[in-house]
Design a binder for this molecule. Structure first.
Ligand code: GTP
Ligand code: MG
Length: 231
């Protein structure tokens, strides 16, 4: 093994087999990754358009921010191992459906459902899977609405359907998830203390959910008085 290859392997925790796959299929692998980037652009634009329309029609922006990412090779490899996915380009493309990720941070919980429905009504979007961790939060306390969709990207001669994972969260949901994710890296904690911290984090998630409800209620009251004024 030459030193550059060795260094790369060590830095990225990539297996020989995975590195071979990337090296032998450099061009198709680069193409595949660029399709994910294109699909992200398509989806991000759709949300920017919806935000613009809300802004004109209702004079408010339901989207606080959009974050996007293409999954790194390290994470792709970890998922291949965790889920026993065939180490081929087709295996990756068909089984790892969150390589392209778009996170939409909304102002209020109701905005999440309104935006998700508007997005899913678009006739080029195909819903593959929906996980509502807002109605059914995870054991950790995690809340978010996850959609796996297929979006077409148009190339010179062909159309390609690409999987994208869209996560919708309020600012409060994102605040909790971001900090909880950071804290997960601190692993060298005695078990008894870890359990206490887990409970504490769960409680924080409950509090953030309660805060979302209160802010939503305030918004509803204001919206109601606005409609009365208009009548
Ligand atoms: P993956 O193989 O991890 O994608 O499993 P899955 O397909 O069952 O994923 P799921 O849709 O349940 O959630 C995956 C993503 O949601 C993660 O990559 C995180 O971004 C987020 N997520 C899920 N659970 C938690 C959690 O407990 N805490 C935080 N901070 N994020 C979470
Ligand atoms: Mg996932």
């Amino acid at each position: 093994m030459d030193t550059i290859r060795g260094k790369f392997l060590k830095q990225h925790l990539l297996s020989d087999e995975f590195l071979d796959l990337i090296e032998k299929n450099k061009r198709p692998m680069d193409e595949l990754m660029s399709y994910y980037q294109c699909a992200i652009m398509e989806v991000e634009t759709k949300f920017k358009v919806l935000n613009q329309e809300y802004s004109l029609e209702y004079d408010r922006n339901p989207i606080e921010g959009i974050k996007t990412r293409v999954k790194s090779y390290d994470s792709i490899l970890r998922k291949i191992r965790r889920k026993n996915i065939p180490m081929t380009l087709e295996g990756i493309e068909e089984n790892i459906r969150d390589i392209a990720g778009v996170r939409v941070i909304c102002s209020f919980p109701d905005d999440i459902y309104e935006l998700a429905e508007s997005f899913l009504r678009q006739d080029d979007i195909t819903l593959i899977e929906r996980k509502d961790y807002i109605k059914n939060p995870k054991e950790s306390g995690y809340r978010s609405l996850h959609l796996i969709v297929q979006v077409p990207i148009f190339l010179q001669n062909t159309k390609k359907l690409v999987y994208v994972e869209v996560q919708f969260r309020t600012i409060a949901m994102d605040f909790w998830a971001s900090l909880e994710h950071k804290l997960q890296y601190k692993k060298n904690i005695p078990e008894s203390q870890a359990k206490l911290l887990k409970d504490e984090l769960y409680d924080c998630a409950q509090q953030s959910a309660a805060l979302d409800k209160r802010m939503q209620n305030i918004r509803n009251v204001i919206a109601e008085s606005e409609t009365k004024e208009e009548e």
